[in-house]
Design a protein around this ligand. Structure first.
Ligand code: EPZ
Length: 421
């Protein structure tokens, strides 16, 4: 298993290009199942999760290729070869559950392995299933699989979510796009990735109002056609590099992204003493003179502070002047980066859903272990600020969500290398 070795204490200066959003590309790729036409996606990031979903879609019968000229991913599901998503793929990538809605809508049935939990929580899919039942599907859990069927097709209806689940909203949107009649989703997720998926479904022939608000209205169609769509910029990668630049004290411009995608995170960074400004190319960030200031952070559904930036913000605040209180409201076990950050000299105490971070003057490099995608990149941020050498093990977690991370950091002056273990 590869490791990443970082010698910290160097400010980041330069430009970092931001890739397309992993969490938009995954549902968009699943939307290819809804039509026998070609779906062309531009700006798809080159990540392990994208390659894994490509494998899964291929076994469903989707032809996936790259346009040599434009670099677009081209997916054509002329016919569905299998409506089963097997355990050995789903267990490695939970987002595979996003084939459930499209397969059910296109074929009238689907057998998808229950995703099971992951490092950050039990990750149930009950909200997904309730939503699909509201569209007339029969859904049962048998032998660890979700068995869904709608032999006479789906019928639009009212879907009320108890929690604005991102994945459940995406599954129901894609199912509703081929249901008979109108579907209303109350308490829908409002993330930018939801708005991006809606834009793609509209390009494929759907009619959707209210995407990005808590009430979405979708008119079902008998069929959808192929389309071309550009994946929006990755706001989590954006926030990650903003915090990496801030903690090292450098000045960096992020290109191919927009400050509007990270407004909650930018508000908190400014409160902590970081200067963040929108530019024509994207976002410019640098730390004003002097130390960062400790602040309080609470993760919430969009437009609140994103849970996917909680670990990165904590890493940044480990060397702030004063204490910070970080509260994680979305996942029940998303503090596994804490003991690893403490190995680097951070002073953090977890009390239930909150962590108290008392700023220290310096961190010191040490060997640490990545546990999940965002926890692993928080260790990278801390290592960039630490004195001495840090070795991060199990970096396959990083490769799931960050394209060319070492290259992007090294181009800004970081002393970072990947070491084959
Ligand atoms: C998406 O996961 C993202 N993944 C996650 O990013 C992100 O953290 C999350 O949304 C919240 O923003 C992708 O888009 C592929 P949820 P998802 O359904 O859809 C509970 C990353 O690091 N819940 O909004 O699974 C759930 O347990 C990943 O890129 C139910 O109880 O998130 C959690 O506590 C991590 N029942 C909360 O809701 C359900 O049926 C939020 O889950 C569904 C969810």
């Amino acid at each position: 298993m590869d490791k990443i070795r970082i010698r910290g204490g160097r400010a980041l200066n330069g430009t970092i290009p931001i890739a397309g959003a992993k969490n938009a590309a995954l549902p968009l790729m699943c939307a290819s199942l809804l039509t026998d036409g070609a779906l062309r996606l531009a700006n798809v990031p080159d990540l392990a999760d994208i390659r894994m979903l490509t494998q899964l879609l291929a076994q469903h019968g989707v032809l996936v290729g790259r346009d040599g000229g434009t670099g677009e991913m081209v997916m054509t599901a002329a016919r569905i070869a299998s409506t089963e998503a097997p355990y050995d793929i789903v267990r490695k990538m939970r987002a595979s559950v996003l084939v459930l809605g499209p397969l059910l809508a296109r074929c009238g049935r689907a057998r998808v392995s229950q995703p099971g939990g992951c490092a950050i929580g039990s990750r149930p899919v009950d909200i997904h299933l309730t939503g699909l039942r509201a569209l007339g599907a029969d859904v049962d859990l048998i032998d660890g699989y979700i068995e869904a069927s709608a032999p006479r097709g789906l019928t639009g209806g009212l879907v009320t979510f108890p929690f604005p689940s991102v994945g459940a909203t995406e599954n129901v949107m894609m199912a509703a796009a081929l249901a008979r009649g109108e579907t209303v989703i109350e308490n829908a997720a409002k993330e930018p990735e939801i708005v991006d998926l809606a834009a793609c479904l509209v390009a494929m022939g759907s009619t959707i109002e209210g995407a990005g608000t808590s009430r979405m209205v979708i008119q079902g169609r008998d069929r959808l056609h192929g389309a071309s769509h550009r994946v929006l910029a990755d706001r989590i990668e954006t926030g990650t590099y903003l915090m990496a630049a801030a903690v090292t004290g450098g000045e960096v411009e992020l290109t191919g992204t927009s400050i509007a995608l990270v407004s909650a995170a930018v508000e908190k960074m400014r409160e902590a003493g970081v200067t963040v400004t929108g530019t024509d190319q994207g976002i410019r960030v640098h730390r004003r003179n002097g130390p960062l200031t400790g602040i309080d952070v609470v993760t919430e559904p969009h437009p609140g502070f994103p849970t996917d930036l909680q670990a990165q913000m904590m890493a940044m605040l480990t060397v702030a002047d004063g204490a910070s209180l970080i509260t994680e409201n979305i996942f029940e076990n998303r503090f596994m980066h804490v003991p690893e950050l403490c190995r680097l000299g951070a002073d953090i105490n977890v009390h239930g859903a909150s962590a108290v971070v008392r700023g220290v003057k310096r961190l010191s490099g040490a060997p640490v272990m990545a546990t999940d995608l965002r926890a692993s990149v928080s260790l990278v941020i801390a290592a960039l600020a630490a004195d001495g050498e840090t070795e991060i093990n199990r970096v396959y977690h990083l490769d799931r969500g960050y394209e060319r991370l070492e290259q992007k950091l090294a181009a800004c002056g970081a002393d970072v290398e990947r070491v084959a273990a």
